[in-house]
Design a protein around this ligand. Structure first.
Ligand code: ASP
Length: 412
């Protein structure tokens, strides 16, 4: 029985749970609230991962950026492209969220709300002071994400500056990241149960409007990702790298398929490497450096989604956001996408960072968690396409690509 359960790929179990959850919710009506605790259990387990995951992946990420100096031309170009595309992606998410207002119109009075953070009361000076961790341990204990990121960045920079002596710490964090990925995959096994309970709760207590709002969010997530690929990546490959589009996508189709089905950039890494080297002719050194760095810090689909989801939550609970809030979201969503590990559900975890800063209730997370996996699959496919795009573009700009090795339409 257990063998049968685990033989079905996780994503199929999750989609089955989603459909059954909606049906159960329609059938049970408001009684479905009785099983919401299973969803809360799942979300709590994900939250448990936030602090250790952010900490190990940011320190590890910065430690690998330390190599940028060694790689000179390649490194800085890659880093600049990562940041520019992430920023473009968040603003695209914000534009879609503003234009289509997916969360507006749902009656959320049934949702019990915990205390909502009130960031707007704080002055600019308070905000600057609040990002300095008074005690790193206290910050971790209270899961204060922003000061935690600051501390992690400093530790990362310190490791790079320590050079050889910092080596053992780098290895410790690399191994910590590997262990945390395993812990995450254990928690992810709870997904089908959490998704079932959360969808039943949403469908049963909040009704059709809520389901419609979620469907709109999923559709916008797919649209946003397709726009990132169709506008940003196609332009980079065509106009900057000056390579044929069809050949490029043909070359990375395996990586896209693996990313979509695993919802993990990290798990897709070996396939992305193989595709960029074998099918696109990118040199070994450039591809291994840029693709691995990209899998950790470059997540445009996630950045776009964080912007979109924040506006979804704001619409759901009628929170007005100012232009200054949008700018704050754009910065935090970029930081969040850098801090997110390349594993399933990482984008969901990062929502807490952005929501808390602009006063969007954290209950939004329980609301969207039921449909997160299907959005995650598309986000990850976008993230991986972005890694391959930046790698190929940088390689083309620095002469690290052998165009004769690029598979062309004629070879197939
Ligand atoms: N699952 C995504 C990835 O691995 C991150 C996310 O959840 O958005 O790239």
């Amino acid at each position: 029985m257990l063998g049968f359960w685990f033989r079905i790929p996780l994503w199929q179990r999750v989609i089955g749970a989603l459909v059954l959850g909606v049906l159960a919710g329609v059938f049970w009506g408001p009684d479905a609230t009785g099983i919401k605790w299973i969803g809360d259990f799942f979300i709590k387990a994900i939250k448990m991962l936030v602090v250790p995951l952010i900490f190990v992946s940011i320190v590890g990420g910065v430690a690998s950026i330390g190599d940028l100096r060694k790689l000179g031309a390649v490194g800085w170009r890659a880093f600049a492209l990562f940041i520019i595309t992430s920023q473009g992606a968040v603003w695209l998410g914000l534009a879609l969220g503003t234009l289509f207002a997916p969360g507006v119109g749902v009656d959320t009075s049934m949702i019990e709300r915990g205390p909502t953070p009130q960031p707007n009361d704080a002055t600019a000076i308070d905000m600057i002071l609040s990002i300095v961790p008074e005690s790193p341990v206290g910050v971790m204990a209270d899961a204060q994400v922003l000061p935690l990121i600051v501390f992690a960045l400093l530790v990362g920079i310190g490791t790079v500056m320590a050079g050889e002596e910092g080596g053992p710490v780098v290895r410790l964090f690399d191994s910590g990241a590997a262990v945390m990925q395993k812990v995450t995959s254990i928690v992810m096994e709870l997904t089908p149960f959490g998704v079932f309970a959360l969808m039943a709760w949403v469908a049963g207590t909040l009704g059709q409007d809520a389901l419609f709002a979620l469907a709109k969010l999923v559709a916008l997530n797919y649209l946003g990702c397709l726009l990132i690929i169709g506008l940003f990546y196609v332009s980079l490959i065509r106009l900057v790298a000056k390579l044929p589009i069809v050949d490029f996508f043909r070359g990375i189709v395996d990586a896209i398929a693996v990313a979509y089905s695993t919802a993990s950039s990290a798990a897709t890494l070996p396939v992305t490497l193989r595709c960029t080297q074998r099918n696109l002719g990118v040199s070994r050194s450039t591809s291994s450096f840029v693709v691995s760095l990209g899998a950790t810090i470059n997540m445009d689909g996630t950045a776009m989604y964080l912007g979109l989801a924040t506006l979804f939550g704001a619409g759901l609970f009628g929170i007005d956001l100012s232009m200054a809030d949008y700018v704050l979201i754009s910065v935090l969503a970029t930081v969040g996408s850098i801090g997110a590990a390349g594993i399933p559900g990482a984008g969901l975890i990062m929502m807490a960072l952005v929501f808390g800063a602009v006063g969007v209730p954290l209950e939004t997370i329980a609301f969207v968690a039921g449909v997160d996996r299907i959005m995650d699959m598309m986000r990850t496919a976008t993230n991986v396409t972005g890694d391959a795009t930046v790698t190929t573009t940088v390689a083309a700009l620095t002469g690290e690509i052998d165009r004769r090795e690029m598979i062309s339409a004629d070879d197939i």
